[in-house]
Design a protein around this ligand. Structure first.
Ligand code: PLP
Ligand code: NAG
Ligand code: NAG
Length: 397
């Protein structure tokens, strides 16, 4: 191994190209692997996938690679772990650091006067501020209910909107709180109605809207989401559900989320020319745009996959028009012989989720666009190799 990597010294970069890997795979399918191996600028990091750096000026280097069975390396695009955002938050340094003294958060209660008695006032304030800054949702005259992720709020909404009988079986003690007649309210999961994913065309003003820090800032581990609810009774019932379920929502997490949202809002309203204070949404929009561009390029080159096409829309927040760039891409295996796209990609050590799991054709897979991939610019004259994880782990000594 040392021999191999003597040639490519440690400072060389190993480029792990998720996007271009796709085009590689398809060439492999055609049995023209040799052609690739013989082409210029191809690097093999032993025990890892083969990745090539071709004409593109930048490539993906992935830390989303996972060890499997010792030496096997796998790119996991199945889960939507939003580690794409890590770089921005590292760049922000201590800006989002908070200190919570030991004597804080002893009580279960955050504000006993509020319908949602476990909602931290600081957190509520930052939620309202961010929606105002981005212009993606109306909060005035609505109630905010905080939840352990929007996953919990979704269940709280189902509970609040279900008819008497359905709730009786689950929570016999509190059926008094459940009145019928609330069915018919639509739950809008607006997790992705943020300018890095899609154009903001108007402030949403639905009866029940769900949001989460998981998809806005990438802080999925904080487990914080919120619902914006028009109807007071619905807000009460959702609060009741969370009371019965977890007796509130971590106050520490809410404080941390408040701080992060505050930094996001400030990065938009007080933009600075230094990259340190770059607008959060500009940064993340750009990251996703690059990923989509590379994926489309690879798909186009392969001629064997396809992606959905989107039309541009004007974004009131970013002040320009752009096409949606979702957090997940629906990739279709166009090759006649590949009916099970997920299995096919798995055989190439790329994990995705079959369309079948979403009640759709297995010709399609869902691939995450927000995993931990960093984009490394390449000098065309000097292809580089980088091992992002510890070199010995990757066998890149
Ligand atoms: C549609 C949708 N809603 C919500 C979430 C996040 O849920 P939670 O807030 O529980 O992390 C995700 C995460 O990937 C999602 O895709
Ligand atoms: C507590 O909730 C009430 C009712 O919503 C609100 O008027 C008040 O401002 C809240 N307290 C704080 C400290 O935000
Ligand atoms: C966006 O707005 C501009 C200026 O109003 C307009 O010319 C353009 O057609 C709009 N684009 C879309 C996709 O609606």
């Amino acid at each position: 191994m040392e021999k191999i990597f003597g040639v490519l010294s440690m400072k060389h970069l190993l480029l792990v190209s998720v996007a271009l890997n796709v085009s590689l795979i398809l060439r492999v399918i055609d049995g023209s692997e040799k052609e690739i191996l013989n082409s210029e600028k191809v690097h093999v990091c032993k025990n890892m996938q083969l990745f090539l750096s071709s004409s593109s000026s930048s490539l993906f280097a992935s830390t989303g690679i996972e060890a499997q069975d010792g030496w096997e390396r796998v790119i996991n695009l199945d889960r939507g772990d939003p580690l794409m955002y890590e770089k921005y938050w590292q760049q922000m340094g201590d800006k989002t650091t908070i200190v919570i003294p030991g004597w804080q958060s002893l009580s279960y209660f955050s504000n006993v006067s509020n319908i949602c008695w476990f909602l931290e006032p600081k957190f509520a304030k930052e939620v309202v501020r961010l929606h105002k800054v981005v212009g993606n949702a109306i909060t005035k005259n609505h109630h905010i209910v905080v939840g352990t992720g929007s996953s919990q709020l979704f269940k709280a909404a189902l509970y609040a909107l279900s008819a008497n009988d359905a709730s009786k079986t689950v929570y016999p003690s509190i059926t008094d709180f459940v009145k019928s007649g609330l069915q018919g309210i639509l739950v809008h999961d607006l997790a992705y109605y943020w300018p890095q994913y899609t154009s903001i065309s108007f402030p949403a003003n639905h009866d029940l809207m769900l949001f989460t820090v998981s998809t806005i800032t990438g802080h999925a581990g904080m487990r914080i989401g919120w619902a914006i609810v028009k109807d007071k009774e619905v807000a009460k019932k959702m609060t009741k559900y969370i009371e019965l379920n977890t007796f509130g929502v971590s106050r520490d997490s809410q404080l941390r989320a408040a701080k992060v949202l505050k930094v996001v809002s400030k990065s938009c309203t007080e933009p600075s020319s230094s990259s340190e204070d770059e607008s959060f949404f500009e940064f993340s929009h750009h990251q996703l745009a690059t990923r989509w561009k590379l994926l489309r390029l690879a798909v186009q080159k392969s001629g064997q996959f396809s992606l959905p096409e989107f039309s541009p829309q004007n974004c009131t927040f970013l002040g320009r028009e752009f096409k949606p760039q979702p957090a997940f891409a629906w990739l279709k295996c166009e090759h006649q012989k590949v009916n099970d796209c997920e299995s096919f990609l798995r055989s190439k050590n790329i994990l995705t989720r079959s369309g079948k799991q979403f009640g759709f054709s297995s010709k399609y897979v869902r691939t995450s666009m927000i995993i931990a991939i960093t984009i490394v610019p390449i000098d065309d004259q000097l292809p580089k190799i980088q091992c992002l994880a510890k070199d010995d782990e990757l066998g890149c000594q």
